[in-house]
Design a protein around this ligand. Structure first.
Ligand code: URA
Length: 276
């Protein structure tokens, strides 16, 4: 292979990765080259106006259609009266363009009745393949962190601010986050967690009206106002497990935050023990 061929092959591979085709092996072959449907209809909003067609063929000009997508998400999410109903709405939502390159919708894992809810960033390759959040290396570290304070997936509900894998694991854009955020807030309102953990800077930046980065935010408790809840939710930003895998020397701070989470949870459970 000469230098030009090599450059062309690398450019093609880069293009595949950008388009989300970066998995060499899967249980079922995904036809990434299949033409998109002529148009995609949003699910009918509950109690709202008629569905609006969204052009699917070309990548949308970023701001406008995604602004509409966020509005559509808000209308849909506000009509969900259970986690199951919300899951069905998310699965049918076509307003986030990441869905077109993802293999699976990744919504929640764990226990919707649990006192702790954890919000991460977005699915990676393993989550996209399996359809559940935090099942790869970062998820395994998250499980070990939870185990260290006596929790497992039956004691937490895990989700992300984005439900579809960004190609090549890039950070989701503000517009992509905006199109999913109404579902995230509705999930919090339906689950009513005693405490919320924001795992990493993307989740913290999306849910808290704070301009500081995660290094400044982590370990501090916030009171998050959530539409539909009459009480704010105690909320703790922490380092993301992927960051801790790359930067193990920051685990000391993560450990302090875990102890703070355990203490706050014990306090809240002592005031109102779980029913049943
Ligand atoms: N990182 C996240 O933020 N979420 C996942 O589900 C997996 C990795």
């Amino acid at each position: 292979m000469n230098a030009d061929d090599r450059e062309a092959a690398l450019a093609l591979l880069r293009w595949y990765v950008e388009m989300g085709a970066d998995e060499a092996i899967a249980f079922e072959a995904a036809d990434r080259l299949a033409p998109p449907p002529a148009s995609i209809r949003l699910p009918a909003p509950i109690g709202g106006q008629s569905p609006r067609p969204v052009p699917a063929a070309a990548p949308p000009a970023l701001t406008e259609p995604l602004g509409e997508a966020a509005q559509s998400a808000r209308r849909l999410a506000s009509g969900a009266d259970s986690v199951e109903a919300l899951a069905a709405l998310v699965a049918g939502f076509e307003g986030c363009p990441l869905k077109r390159t993802a293999t699976n919708t990744v919504f929640i894992d764990g226990n919707p009745a649990a006192p702790v809810m954890i919000v991460g960033e977005a699915p990676g390759a393993d989550e996209d393949r399996i359809g559940r959040p935090f099942v790869g290396r970062a998820g395994q570290l998250l499980d070990r962190m939870l185990a260290a304070i006596g929790l497992d997936r039956s004691g937490v509900l895990i989700t992300n601010v984005i439900y579809w894998r960004p190609p090549g694991n890039r950070t989701p854009t503000a517009a992509e986050i905006a199109s999913c955020l109404p579902f995230v807030f509705r999930l919090i309102a339906l689950v009513r967690p005693k405490v919320l953990v924001l795992s990493g800077g993307t989740a913290a930046g999306a849910l808290l009206a704070q301009s500081q980065g995660i290094t400044r935010l982590r370990g501090r408790w916030f009171e998050l106002a959530v539409p539909g809840l009459d009480q704010p939710v105690p909320t703790l930003p922490m380092f993301h497990p992927s960051f801790l895998l790359r930067t193990p020397e920051r685990k000391r701070e993560a450990w302090r935050d875990l102890l703070s989470l355990r203490a706050r949870l014990d306090e809240l459970l002592a005031v109102a023990p779980p029913s049943g």
